[in-house]
Write a protein that binds this ligand. Structure first.
Ligand code: SF4
Length: 155
């Protein structure tokens, strides 16, 4: 397969502990070489320098949309990707990284200044509450077999 027909793949982290992408590097230890025959890894800050987000066939996104910055980022990724996959339960449900959604009134009062200072949204959002999502990979961190099954559908 020549470079022009390979799928352009980007992997992105919004607000979270980045546990899914760390786990993904373990999956890559076994699978990256065969996958690289079909794909070009365009964006993945865990192992590559920052690159332009453009003309992606597949975007895998972990984490929650918790700030205006996250919202801009996910909208930009969505606008530049044919398929967007939510990776892990944070991206699917906003939890656990968006646990402030379950805070009571006094806990929310305590973090009020912080939320304002960093331009946080009123609630942390799952990806599907901010943009259209095409597929989801369950797990915290992602389930290895589910990742392989779903990712290979789009290669
Ligand atoms: S789903 Fe779990 S492992 Fe993945 S980013 Fe969220 S907290 Fe981390």
């Amino acid at each position: 397969m020549d470079q022009n027909t390979k799928k352009r793949v980007g992997i992105f982290s919004l607000t979270c502990d980045e546990g899914c992408s760390i786990f993904l590097t373990e999956i890559f230890n076994k699978k990256l070489l065969p996958w690289l025959e079909k794909m070009e890894l365009v964006y993945f800050l865990s192992i590559k320098d920052k690159a332009e987000i453009k003309d992606l066939d597949v975007a895998l996104v972990e984490g929650v949309v918790t700030s205006e910055r996250d919202k801009e980022d996910i909208e930009n990724i969505r606008a530049n990707a044919k398929i967007l996959i939510a990776m892990g339960t944070c991206a699917m449900t906003a939890l656990p990284s968006g646990q402030r959604n379950n805070f009571n009134i006094s806990q929310l009062k305590e973090i009020e200044g912080h939320l304002e200072k960093y331009n946080f949204l009123p609630k942390a959002l799952a990806l599907k509450d901010a943009v259209k999502v095409d597929d989801e990979i369950i797990g915290c961190p992602i389930d290895k077999n589910k990742f392989i099954e779903i990712f290979e559908k789009y290669l």
